[in-house]
Design a protein around this ligand. Sequence first.
Ligand code: MEV
Length: 421
Amino acid sequence: MKTSEFKGFYKLSPAQRLKEVAEFSGLTTEEAALLAKTGALDMELADHMIENVFATMQLPMGVAVNFLINGRDYLVPMAVEEPSVVAAASNAARMARVKGGFFASNTGPVMRAQIQVMNVVDPYAARLRLFEARDEIMAIANAQDPMLISLGGGMQDMEVHIFPSPIGTMVVVQLIVDTRDAMGANTVNTMAEALAPHVERITGGRVQLRILSNLADKRLVRVRAVVDKEALGGEGVVDGIVAAYTFAAIDPYRAATHNKGIMNGITPVVTATGNDTRAIEAGAHAYAARNGQYTSLTTWEKNSDGDLAGSIEVPMAVGLVGGATKIHPVAKIAVKILGVKSAVELAEVIAATGLAQNLAALRALATEGIQRGHMSLHARNIAVTAGATPDIVDQVVAAMVKERKVRLEYAQELVGRLKGK
Ligand code: MEV
């Protein structure tokens, strides 16, 4: 069995880390070579992805280790500019492993699309006429994507909502569509557009918008973990994390920062796999406010053993087919590194990374604060920039942190002194 558990992974060089990742994931020599060069997205391909291309923008991609999810080991690629994020996720995943790692489930890859109808003279009767025509509506929607139907997806259900509004009563038809391994935006938007004339015929109204909803509350992932109190540093830390979570549960100002910490785990994996970060962020925050007050996306409790029980429930509209996931050469390899076989499995790994990230942040905040950890990672970068070789880097970092002088000139001075010995 391959394990994602690594000790001292951070001490390896990028080339050594790539070798480990390639071995774990069975990357080909070509794939590894592509990852080794920093300009992996060539200009011609970039020019086909968006408009007015004149450059590409690179981000560092780290790998979070130690993830055990539903009994399977994962290495999690994370593309992000913020230091500490990858280390924190790896650290939290290591603590969660003690009690079996993360346990994940999902509600299936089900998206919503909305059709806005105005000027309906009898909205309540129109609503029922739409339900009477449900089979016809589903048939028209499903005729748009025979491939999706052959894969077991397609439109499953319909909702009709009536909203009073300052510009007249609005009827909103919602298509509930299983999009399988696609993120599904194109699929459901095509269905909504194709249905528009039929909805106008049935309601007697005028269709305006036809577009998916990013509040993908039928595409939820749920992940939980039990974190051993000793691995965390004792029952006092468990209590501190519960208190930190409770703050986020009751106060939107804290919840925003708490959820930002969760997104520190989620967004980098979404980016690395070429998925739509804005869709995920919009869905997560809208879901966090679903009961009228913005609150935490996670919960943290002390269980009967005194251990910490954490959970997350979040919409996760990510895909494996279509979009940049299938085009961007690095995104394709990131998916291979994850070894996920379906969009819902990818969604589970992403949510587990979010839960891990939140655990790491709350643990730091409830104990020493986040600056110390930040500083030692920052100090490592400074030490390497100052020319510290692997044999002296730990000493340089320790001296800078101890003396609270995390500065390039001081690192250079220390390197000079240690090398001169
Ligand atoms: C920093 O990027 C994220 C944190 O602020 C999250 C939190 O406060 O929970 C540390």
